[in-house]
Design a protein around this ligand. Structure first.
Ligand SMILES: Cc1cc2nc3c(=O)[nH]c(=O)nc-3n(C[C@H](O)[C@H](O)[C@H](O)COP(=O)(O)OP(=O)(O)OC[C@H]3O[C@@H](n4cnc5c(N)ncnc54)[C@H](O)[C@@H]3O)c2cc1C
Length: 460
């Protein structure tokens, strides 16, 4: 619904965070301008359709959330929404060079070959853990080791973190990267008792036991494209990088397009940018860069390889979401998604599609190998793990120089820098994957939060 006084807001960054904020502000009657330095919108969300293949170069899927459901309805995308195929329920983890199904229900832990008896005993003893008082944040690995022992770190947490962050549990902060686990320990002591209590609460509230995995028939790009299509003509400026802001009433936003500078005035500014861009941004009258510290956020490179094969080239049934590889297995790949099992329409008839990730905190140099050398390393792993034979019939490689920010120990200094900058400059709002969580669902929630904050400020 339009609000009484329409105000002008600059949104810097045309990824999921910026576009969600823009749509929310526009829907409330404000005038928005989205500045995006690239020639396309969506940021990390990048779907490519080519020769019958549907490639997700960035994120492959999203987790369902109330905000996502609401957006899908408002944007009229219900008919295009896809939920992950039932077969994708299985998740594999590599142990001793073989794919082992991860135990997805508590009773499966007893029989799984993924963990030794010693590790299973530690798991079953954990609910009797006494509550502990932690004076300070610890790494995720240290946190989980304290509850379950090293084997669970090696064969559950390490691969999980490779799949989510392309990161390393020895350096990731529990408090910032896995805030829910941190809170459960604070309130229940035992993580298992806490999870059971949370499950019971969800059931009592009539909520689904777990969020579903979602995409669209034409891929994730559908979401940013639909958000952008809802904005009025002229609201989006692609190939336009914002270089400086000066605060005040009004805000002055200096941008560059094709080497030409332009200055525009706004009532408020939303920054939905990656850390390196925030670090460079001059904010204030004298060219200050108050977010310069964010240049030190750890953002390891990742290579994403989408590989297409004829079905008969792959012996593995590909009956799952994919496989994650623990660091102790000493492989080149972090994991592989069975993309054509996950959602229909990802590969031509008679073919399968795999998406492989390499690099990350574990092996940043690998992501930067020449494409042919990287492909050989990846194919060697796929041959051993999935019995993939021969060369792919289709390849699409994407290199992400700064893929995902690592919420490592000490991350609070970056969060504090963002809060301090907002506090110093009324009408400035900062958010997105650097601050609000790294998943697409987190970024949708971030866009909503930023829009609400801007509206509250403008109503004063
Ligand atoms: C390889 C990969 C796989 C992933 N897999 C998943 C997954 O499966 N599921 C999941 O939920 N999440 C996944 N993620 C994470 C998720 O995709 C991102 O965290 C999220 O999309 C980030 O959205 P954002 O809008 O905050 O930032 P971005 O998407 O980074 O958008 C920021 C935008 O700002 C623009 N910009 C930069 N500087 C300027 C400037 N000076 N002026 C104007 N514009 C500028 C950039 O060009 C960019 O478009 C993955 C990420 C990557 C890289």
């Amino acid at each position: 619904m339009a609000e009484s006084t329409s105000r002008s807001i600059a949104i810097v960054g045309g990824g999921v965070t910026g576009l969600t904020a823009a749509w929310r502000l526009h829907a409330r009657g404000h005038r928005v301008t989205v500045f995006e330095q690239a020639d396309r919108l969506g940021g990390a969300v990048t779907t490519v359709a080519r020769d019958g293949w549907l490639i997700e170069s960035g994120p492959n899927s999203m987790l369902e959330s109330p905000q996502l459901d609401a957006l899908v309805d408002e944007l009229g995308l219900g008919a295009e929404r896809l939920y992950a195929a039932p077969a994708a329920k299985n998740r594999y983890i590599v142990r001793d060079g073989r794919l082992v199904a991860a135990p997805m229900a508590p009773h499966r832990i007893l029989t799984t070959p993924l963990f030794s008896w010693r590790a299973k005993l530690r798991l079953f003893a954990e609910p009797f853990t006494r509550a502990r008082v932690r004076p300070a944040d610890v790494s995720l690995a240290a946190f989980v080791r304290g509850h379950f022992g090293q084997e669970i770190v090696d064969y559950a947490i390490n691969p999980l973190v490779a799949g989510i962050y392309a990161g390393d549990p020895e350096t990731l902060s529990t408090k910032y990267a896995f805030a829910k686990l941190w809170e459960i320990e604070q309130t229940h002591g035992s993580l298992i008792r806490g999870q059971i209590a949370a499950m019971k609460q969800r059931r009592a509230r009539g909520e689904k036991p777990a969020a579903r995995i979602v995409s669209f028939t034409r891929g994730l790009q559908t979401l940013p494209a639909a958000l952008a299509a809802k904005l009025p003509a002229g609201a989006i400026r692609t190939r336009t990088a914002v270089v400086s802001l000066s605060s005040g009433q009004p805000w002055k936003v200096v941008s560059r397009r094709d080497g030409l500078a332009a200055t525009d005035e706004f009532d408020a500014v939303v920054l939905a940018l990656p850390a390196p861009a925030l670090a460079q941004l001059s904010i204030g009258p004298a060219g200050e860069t108050p977010l310069a510290a964010l240049a030190r956020v750890d953002y390891p490179p990742v290579a994403s390889l989408f590989l297409g094969f004829r079905r008969e080239q792959v012996a593995h049934p590909l009956d799952g979401f994919g496989a994650l590889v623990p660091a102790v297995e000493h492989r080149s790949i972090l994991g592989v998604l069975f993309s054509s099992t996950l959602f229909p329409g990802r590969a031509p008839e008679g073919h399968v599609a795999l998406t492989v990730y390499a690099g990350g905190t574990r092996q940043p140099d690998l992501a930067q190998l020449a494409p042919d050398a990287l492909r050989q390393r990846v194919l060697a792993d796929l041959h051993d793990l999935l019995e993939v034979h021969g060369s792919p019939v289709f390849t699409h490689t994407t290199f992400w120089p700064h893929a995902i920010p690592q919420y490592n120990l000490g991350y609070e200094r970056f969060l504090e820098a963002m809060t301090a900058t907002e506090d110093r400059h009324a009408g400035l709002f900062i958010g997105g994957h650097v601050r609000d969580g790294i998943s697409v669902a987190n970024c949708i929630a971030a866009g909503e939060r930023l829009a609400d904050a801007a509206v509250r400020h403008l109503a004063r």
